[in-house]
Design a protein around this ligand. Structure first.
Ligand SMILES: CC(=O)SCCNC(=O)CCNC(=O)[C@H](O)C(C)(C)COP(=O)(O)OP(=O)(O)OC[C@H]1O[C@@H](n2cnc3c(N)ncnc32)[C@H](O)[C@@H]1OP(=O)(O)O
Ligand SMILES: N[C@@H](CCO)C(=O)O
Length: 305
């Protein structure tokens, strides 16, 4: 089933070219089913890239998904044009009186700041609080996972001596969990972060369960026992060349940055890195949309956005 997004969003042409099922608003109007109402709160500076990555995964689903893009109103974006935000994005205040079937909150390059120093922290806390009663399931990615675990459960963020950077093997810890249905016992995920979350704090929170982890990269997937909140510390949504782009960007800036681990063949940055995480990325998002959103959300959730 298709993903429904605005006709002129740049991601539409890219995804259509990849045979990701994208439907015009006009065509979707004639379908006699209720679309799932999903919002993506995009905190990334590279918003168009992230939109495309997440829509690619959300679009690989048998469900019709009505996507609303959100940006924080209390932050002026340097890297995304005001025109793009005006054309395709809403702010939280514009949708706060509605309910959502699902909410995805992205990462952000602010992990080395205190949460309280992030200029949209107050707005984000309001969104976290609102999501508890108004969203069926919220998926938090990378920095948003750290921020959500801190806000909701007081889980501390911990600085790493070296950036966790590469594509790492992961193990399933809770094989019967619906979120991990169809997962291989060993699967790969990219990570790109300077900080980690406190395992001790998570293990001391009775509401939280660690679902998957990596010997090298640490905890990957945490969920509340009711499935209403999912925390993903890695970047399953990344493109094959996202880590290469970050590596080359940091080299160009003269930063000391190690090669992403287990990524370039023979650790040769001139060789093409294979994407070995795509299947599990798709499974993660389709399991979430199916089992945690579609199967759980009420048919009548109130007026449309
Ligand atoms: C841990 C994770 O979640 S990983 C996810 C984050 N990863 C990425 O964003 C990867 C892509 N990003 C990038 O490559 C880089 O951030 C770039 C190239 C876009 C910009 O880099 P720089 O020029 O060094 O930094 P710049 O001064 O533009 O600020 C970068 C971003 O930091 C964030 N930021 C910086 N200071 C603050 C602050 N006080 N409060 C909130 N956000 C802040 C903003 O998102 C800002 O970009 P935006 O205004 O367009 O939203
Ligand atoms: N993924 C991020 C980590 C910093 O937050 C980057 O390298 O841009």
């Amino acid at each position: 089933m298709p993903i429904k997004i605005p006709d002129s969003l740049p991601a539409k042409e890219i995804l259509s070219g990849e045979n990701i099922f994208v439907m015009d608003e006009s065509q979707a109007f004639h379908q006699d089913i209720r679309p799932l109402r999903i919002a993506i709160l995009n905190l990334m500076p590279t918003k168009e890239t992230t939109e495309t990555q997440l829509l690619r995964l959300v679009g690989n689903s048998p469900l019709q998904v009505d996507v609303t893009l959100l940006h924080p109103s209390t932050h002026t974006s340097k890297n995304t044009s005001a025109e793009h935000l005006k054309s395709f994005y809403k702010t939280f205040d514009e949708i706060a009186d509605r309910r959502l079937d699902g909410l995805i909150i992205t990462g952000a390059p602010v992990e080395q700041m205190e949460f309280e120093d992030v200029n949209y922290w107050e707005e984000l806390q309001r969104i976290f609080e609102w999501s508890k009663d108004n969203v069926t399931s919220t998926m938090h990615i990378c920095w948003a996972a750290q921020a959500g675990l801190y806000y909701h459960f007081g889980v501390r963020k911990i600085g790493l001596p070296d950036k966790c950077f590469g594509v790492f093997p992961h193990n399933v810890l809770a094989p019967n969990t619906k979120l991990l249905r169809g997962f291989d016992e060993l699967f790969h995920v990219p990570h790109s972060r300077h900080t980690d979350i406190s395992r001790e704090d998570i293990e001391n929170s009775p509401d939280l369960q660690i679902l998957a982890e990596s010997d090298e990269a640490g905890i990957y997937l945490v969920a509340t026992r009711d499935g209403r909140q999912i925390f993903v510390t890695g970047h399953s949504e990344y493109d094959p060349f996202s880590l290469k782009g970050e590596y080359e960007r940091d080299i160009a800036k003269g930063m000391e940055i190690a090669l992403p681990k287990h990524y370039f063949p023979n650790d040769d940055p001139n060789r093409t890195p294979p994407a070995v995480w795509r299947a599990h990325a798709n499974l993660l998002f389709s399991n979430w949309l199916n089992y945690y959103v579609y199967q759980e959300t009420p048919y009548d959730i109130g007026p449309m956005i």
